[in-house]
Ligand binder design. Structure first.
Ligand code: S3P
Length: 172
C-alpha cells in the first residue's frame, strides 16, 4: 500500500478549507512523522505573507516559490506535508509530488468548504469575490486534476480524529 511504511512523504491536497493543515498535523502525530505546512514555509522563505507575495510579485512568482519549497521539503526526510490548494495544479509541482510522495486528496463538499473559509482574510484568491462562487469555479477546474492523487478521502464531518482515521485507513 501507500502507508507510512512506504517511506515516502504524505502530501495532502485539496481546496481551501478542506482541512489539509488541521488533518495533516494530527496525521503526522499519529504516524510519528514531522509535519510541514507548505504555505507557512513559503511565507518564511519570502519573509512576508502569502497575500503580500501575491500582491507584490503576482501569482506566477508565488507558484514558482511554492514549487521550490515543495521540492526542498520532498528532498528531506519523510514527513506529512500540507500544500496550498493550487500546488497540485501546477504541472511541475504535480510531477514532483507524484514522483516522490504519496498524494492524498481531501475531497469535501462545497457547503463545507464555504463554511470553513468564511470570514478568513488571509487567502488572496478569496479577497474580492464571493467565496461560494470562487470555490465553485475552482472545484470545476481542479477536481479533475486532484483526482490524479494516489488516494482520495471523502470528508464527512468536522471531527479531526475521524478524518485522520479515514486517511490512515485509506493509506493502508
Ligand atoms: C491557494 C490556496 C492557499 C494558498 C494560496 C493559494 C489556492 O492555501 O496557497 O492562497 O490556489 O487554492 P490553502 O489551500 O491552504 O488555503
Amino acid at each position: 500500500g501507500f502507508g507510512p511504511l512506504s517511506g515516502r512523504s504524505i502530501v495532502l491536497i485539496g481546496l481551501m478549507g478542506a482541512g489539509k493543515s488541521t488533518i495533516g498535523r494530527r496525521l503526522a502525530e499519529r504516524l510519528m512523522l514531522g509535519f510541514v505546512d507548505a504555505d507557512a514555509e513559503i511565507e518564511r522563505a519570502a519573509g512576508c505573507s502569502i497575500s503580500d507575495v501575491f500582491r507584490l510579485y503576482g501569482e506566477q512568482a508565488f507558484r514558482e516559490g511554492e514549487r521550490r519549497v515543495i521540492r526542498r521539503l520532498l528532498d528531506g526526510p519523510p514527513c506529512v506535508l500540507a500544500t496550498g490548494g493550487g500546488a497540485f495544479m501546477n504541472a511541475e509541482t504535480r510531477a514532483l509530488i507524484r514522483e516522490r510522495a504519496t498524494s492524498v486528496w481531501l475531497r469535501c463538499p462545497l457547503p463545507m468548504l464555504v463554511r470553513r473559509v468564511a470570514g478568513r482574510s488571509h487567502r488572496p484568491l478569496l479577497n474580492d469575490a464571493r467565496p461560494k462562487e470562487v470555490l465553485e469555479r475552482l472545484m470545476t477546474e481542479r477536481h479533475p486534476i486532484y483526482a490524479e492523487a494516489d488516494v482520495i478521502v471523502q470528508c464527512g464531518d468536522d471531527n479531526v480524529d475521524n478524518g485522520t482515521s479515514r486517511v490512515i485507513e485509506a493509506l493502508a
